[in-house]
Design a protein around this ligand. Structure first.
Ligand SMILES: Nc1ncnc2c1ncn2[C@@H]1O[C@H](COP(=O)(O)OP(=O)(O)OP(=O)(O)O)[C@@H](O)[C@H]1O
Ligand SMILES: [Mg+2]
Length: 252
């Protein structure tokens, strides 16, 4: 199953991605956590050592490898570069979680066929190995990253929103775009909920959202997701697994 986590800046995409990664891993799934945000922070949220993270090269910077595998740049290059060994060579590992950092992906126009993108898409699309494998992609904020390329093969999009009008607006745009790009299942997470009023506000927009409370400890900490809102994350986990099976999703 491939899961993409999206939403407005600062709403909690990385926190939710890390929480889900840990939960899936704790239940015996093989998790591949992908930081698709150039402004990388998923590694820290997962608790990787900072020195290890600093030494980890983002996949997009592996120019030589990309060149070798895609036959160089230009309009005509191999669209299916061989990538199956990249995971073993470049991913960091904690328990059942393997972690890859994508780095900056070129955007827009004819650039979307650049060799880096071809490589990255081939990589992500080749990551699924068996039934127990789960890919969790922490996307960059907003909608610019949501393209046909990045949406390819995504089974479930988890859209995170805060109880604010602006983040709800972004969530709605993300949901719409995801649908247009062919992502069939979506789950809305209402994050940082402080009160019944917050919950009512979000449920009036997304009746079946999965709520996560504001957790002061998390806010004051270093961003590492430990046992914060474990019970609520279980609910999210169940919703994601259900959506992955093709069951009801609550976003649309
Ligand atoms: N439920 C919560 N309770 C308290 N703090 C939270 C909660 N969820 C996230 N945060 C905090 O909010 C901040 C932003 O969260 P996070 O980095 O996960 O958001 P993001 O959407 O990934 O941001 P960006 O768009 O910058 O990548 C962090 O300091 C995080 O610890
Ligand atoms: Mg983030």
């Amino acid at each position: 199953m491939k899961i993409a986590v999206s939403g407005k800046g600062g709403v909690g995409k990385t926190t939710v991605s890390a929480g889900l990664a840990r939960l899936f891993a704790g239940k015996g799934y093989h998790v591949i956590a992908v930081d698709a945000d150039p402004d990388a922070s998923l590694g820290m949220a997962l608790g990787f050592d900072e020195k290890l993270l600093a030494a980890q090269r983002p996949v997009v910077e592996m120019k030589e490898l990309i060149k070798e595998r895609t036959g160089g740049g230009g309009a005509l290059f191999c669209l299916n570069p061989k990538v199956d060994d990249v995971l073993e060579k470049y991913a960091l590992k904690i328990g059942e979680i393997r972690f890859l950092r994508m780095g900056g992906i070129k955007q827009g126009g004819s650039d979307c066929y650049c060799s880096e993108n071809s490589f990255i898409n081939a990589l992500v699309n080749s990551l699924l190995l068996d039934q127990d494998d789960v890919v969790i992609m922490d996307m960059s904020a907003g909608i610019e990253h949501l393209t046909r390329g990045t949406a390819k093969g995504v089974d479930v999009i988890v859209v995170v929103t805060e109880p604010t009008k602006v983040s709800v607006k972004t969530a709605q745009v993300v949901l719409e775009l995801a649908g247009e790009l062919g992502i069939k299942r979506s789950i809305v997470v209402g994050n940082k909920i402080r009160s019944q009023r917050d919950l009512d506000f979000l449920q009036s927009r997304f009746p079946a959202l999965v709520p996560l409370p504001m957790d002061e400890a998390l806010l004051e900490g270093d961003g590492t997701v430990g046992s914060a809102f474990a019970a609520e994350l279980e609910e999210l986990f169940a919703a994601v697994v259900e959506a992955g099976k093709g069951g009801m999703a609550n976003g649309r």
